[in-house]
Design a binder for this molecule. Sequence first.
Ligand SMILES: [Zn+2]
Length: 226
Amino acid sequence: MSRQIGALRETVARLHAELTRYNLVAWTSGNVSARVPGHDLMVIKPSGVSYDDLTAATMVVCDLDGVLVEGDFAPSSDTAAHAYVYRVMPEVGGVVHTHSSYATAWAACGESIPCHLTAQADEFGGEIPIGPFALIGGDDIGKGIVATLAGHRSPAVLMRNHGVFTIGRDARAAVKAAVMCEDVARTAHLARTLGQPVPMAQADIDALYDRYQNVYGQQPVAPVGS
Ligand SMILES: [Zn+2]
């Protein structure tokens, strides 16, 4: 198990660099976590450590009640929210939280992002939903994330007056959802400032989502002669 956790520490540390690369975070805000498959554990960012100082060694390991199991730092202040999602959604292997500017502006207004773009239909299968207001500390944020995303196509929720939480089958997928959520939120904002965005037919959104989730990308190629 220690080799598995070591590899996940590397992965989670490296993925934090994507949050700064895509301008999703300021100062020490934002965090990435990964479930340790087969164990009731997760690897998560330490609290209050500069992004420049995040390494595999500074990541911390917590159980799924958010209690520190291994590490030299206190875990992220959002650990309880990540832990709740892992406890309740067994299919989730990664969770990301940011206050990325455009998506969080929609959260500040308490508005879901309606689906007016093919890229949003691809990634999110429709609107990016607004979740409830919840105070940090206990399970309230986690409950709000799960209540909004369970049974929803979108891997991203805009928690009202707060920011973005995303989920994925692994931490990389959750980071991708956070990057794409901000991209969509920015374009949706620009579209609103230009005029009235044009609605898309639900059948088109469904077709785009199905194609992107099931067909798009590199498919396994059968070896020659097989
Ligand atoms: Zn936050």
